[in-house]
Design a protein around this ligand. Structure first.
Ligand code: GDP
Ligand code: IMO
Ligand code: MG
Length: 426
């Protein structure tokens, strides 16, 4: 049975966690394939809210196996704390399997994340300060420590020793910071953390393939989103991994032919946290309305998200980059009570109209959105359970998105709760 990928089509926080949880009821494996605890995926069940950072969003069901794939960067202490938090709320995480090839986030990665941002000054990215970029940089530079190194103290110490020589030189001589104590790090990672992480480690590539061969359903849960992708996003204002659907192949160890379904999550408007271009960004009253009604504050960092109107130019690009087979529109309920709703149908810059994202970043920075203004709807959508419960204007909005994307809409979210959605599937 081929796999399903869930991917964000904007700048993150589209509601991937909620949809992953929803689809997980039919899944055997739910695999995170990239990112780390920069992600914050929220699931609300029976009024209880769960904010997940590293543990895949399928964990709430007893029949799923949550898997952290090789493409993820893992702070093992954060993972343990998250499992403990879930355990204290009655969620069993004992089935979780962690790839031995996933890279470890180490204490110096946090320091370097902070220092790089500080040195960038006004040009800072606004990272989550979780050491994500430096950990992926070390992976590419081939000096990273991997989860499996936790089970071999000799190798762990050897690698740490080598890498810390360089990191400490950098921290103390360039950044004027105190050098880190290698022995203290080794003791903490090998003494306190490794014994608790070891039982989770497994061959996740084999696990995924055995499930696919047995005809079981496998879901690949993206973190971040298409326009935070290090190759295809608004570089340099991106994360350091590949959230796009292709990243699911690399980060879970499957080939493109193993994937048959790619669900793009589209928030009914857009938000972005951190710096970077945002053609449809709004300010003033409309911004406050979207932020207040949509509770647009970072799941983990608490930062206010920058809001804007839906951008169909970006969505068309996301369809291409991910070969989306269906869309899930989230937070349609947040748009209720607006007199009109705007959608960006094209960009304009220097007398040229762009229907696709201009490849040159400088152009993207100066485009103006070309808007279509649609009638809004006053009704509260929170209780809608079928398409017929949606006002005509809300339905037209969904239809316009599907038409512009050339991809059918399967679900529309009308509230944060697990059951708050309308199915558009035939
Ligand atoms: P993710 O990172 O893509 O998983 O998204 P987040 O969890 O960071 O942010 C999405 C927020 O919107 C969370 O607080 C969700 O509970 C909430 N949410 C998801 N879908 C809907 C929806 O359809 N309507 C409303 N009102 N809230 C939603
Ligand atoms: P989920 O999975 C929204 C943003 C940061 C910053 C940039 C780089 O919940 O959608 P990083 O710490 O990754 O080096 O930061 O990426 N960012 C996110 N924005 N949702 C996320 O995750 C994000 N993860 C990273 O704000 O602009
Ligand atoms: Mg989030």
């Amino acid at each position: 049975m081929p796999a399903t990928v869930v991917v964000g089509t904007q700048w993150g926080d589209e509601g991937k966690g909620k949809l992953t949880d929803l689809l997980a009821k039919d899944m055997r494996l739910v695999v995170r394939y990239q990112g780390g605890h920069n992600a914050g995926h929220t699931i609300v069940v029976d009024g209880q809210s769960f904010a997940l950072q590293l543990v895949p969003s399928g964990v709430l069901y007893p029949h799923t196996v949550p898997v952290i794939g090789n493409g993820v960067v893992v702070d093992p202490a954060v993972l343990l704390a998250e499992c403990e938090m879930l355990g204290s709320r009655g969620i069993d995480t004992s089935r979780l399997v962690l790839s031995g090839n996933a890279h470890l986030i180490m204490p110096y990665h946090y320091e370097l994340d902070l220092m790089t941002e500080r040195y960038l000054g006004q040009n800072k990215l606004g990272t989550t300060k979780r050491g994500i970029g430096p950990a992926y940089a070390d992976k590419a530079a081939r000096i990273g420590l991997r989860v499996q190194d936790l089970t071999d103290p000799k190798i762990f110490r050897q690698k740490l020793d080598v890498v810390l020589r360089e990191k400490n030189a950098l921290l103390s001589r360039v950044y004027n910071r105190l050098p880190l104590d290698g022995e203290a790090i080794a003791e903490r990672y090998l003494g306190e953390i490794a014994p608790r992480i070891a039982p989770m480690i497994g061959d996740t590539v084999a696990l995924v393939h055995e499930a696919l061969e047995a005809g079981e359903q496998v879901m690949l849960e993206g973190a971040q989103a298409t326009f935070l992708d290090v190759d295809h996003g608004t570089y340099p204002f991106v994360t350091s991994s590949n959230p796009v659907a292709g990243g699911a192949c690399v980060g879970a160890g499957i080939g493109p032919r193993d994937i048959s379904r790619v669900v793009g999550i589209v928030k009914a408007y857009i938000t972005r946290v951190g710096s970077g271009p945002f053609p449809t960004e709004v300010e003033g009253e409309t911004a406050d309305y979207l932020v207040d009604r949509g509770h647009e504050y970072g799941t983990n960092t608490g930062r206010r998200r920058r809001p804007g109107w839906l951008d169909l130019v970006m969505l068309r690009q996301a369809v291409r980059l991910n070969s989306l087979s269906e869309l899930d529109i989230t937070k349609l309920d947040v748009l209720s009570r607006l007199e009109t709703v705007k959608v960006c149908v094209a960009y304009e810059a220097d007398g040229t109209v762009y229907e696709h994202v201009p490849y040159h970043q400088s152009v993207l920075h100066r485009v103006s959105p070309v808007y279509e203004e649609l009638p809004g709807w006053q009704e509260d959508l929170a209780g809608a359970t079928s398409v017929d419960d949606l006002p005509a204007a809300a339905r037209s909005y969904v239809e316009l998105i599907a038409k512009a994307a050339g991809v059918p809409v399967s679900f529309v979210g009308v509230g944060p709760g697990r059951e708050q959605y309308v199915s558009f599937a035939a």
